[in-house]
Design a protein around this ligand. Sequence first.
Ligand code: BMA
Length: 327
Amino acid sequence: MSAGNNHDEILLHRHPANPILTSRDWPYSINSVFNAGATLLEDGTTLLLCRVEDRRGLSHLCAARSANGVDGWQIDPEPTLMPNPEEYPEELWGIEDPRLTYVPELRQYAVVYTSYSRGGPGVSLALTKDFRSFERYGVIASPDDKDAALLPHKIEGRWALIHRPMTVLGAHIWISYSPDLRHWGSHKVMLEARRGAWWDANKIGLSSPPIETAGGWLVLYHGVRQTPSGSLYRLGLALFDLHEPEKCLLRGDSWIFRAEADYERDGDVHDVVFPCGYTMGTDGDTLNIYYGAADSCIGLAHGSIRCLLAWLDANGSCERRRRAQDL
Ligand code: BMA
């Protein structure tokens, strides 16, 4: 570990009003609400597109809007986007974990979500202008694949999708490219799960969509550690080249956020913090990170891009050097 490392530096601060949304807030009967995509609408309203699990166990998406992103949520009185297995059989067992990206070139939001098919989870895409009507593109990455988000603009003329296919070698983060959002290729590994005892051994996945900074794409990712009493979901940081996003510039060794509060430790799935979205403060530095807690409710944590980048500078190392040491 590098010298001058501040081990206990707190980078993400829980909001005192947490959990900010629970099943008790819902206008209709549900089991749980968690893993929400997030965006700021043109008028400054925070929109969360929440994963809502109904009492059958199947998930759909429901929009909640708030002027300050903390409270006063206006929740759609009915599901906003329901699985449609008749036309999209891959949505048979529900739709989950949306990540939202505003795409200026299309003047639309891309909603990239997990469709739970008979063959396992796959990645689906829908476009929307208003989170009221949606244009479905269907499956864009076949099972077993999830934890996906679109980058907001083309890279060298092609759209870029970050996702997490399962392979026999483990669950790593990949990037794929497309000329038209429908046909995907040029698949490359972006970040590998570590091995052995590491907090992010064997299984990692993108959390919120990457954050574009002057120094590169800042990526918050989750790592899953299997233990005899279950899985521990914790968050780590990495930085990728702006023009060649598969190129990892820095990766932190330590996790930066884990389940600690009661609502993160206890719930339908214990010890899970799972961000799917963030909004940016008007200062251009504050991140409002929305995360699913224990697969039961939604929490909010604040961070500073400047501090996250400074932490990576001090604590991260170059992926190429690490690869030479076999991760
Ligand atoms: C992951 C996803 C998430 C979920 C997490 C913890 O694999 O399915 O939706 O929050 O597991 O159960």
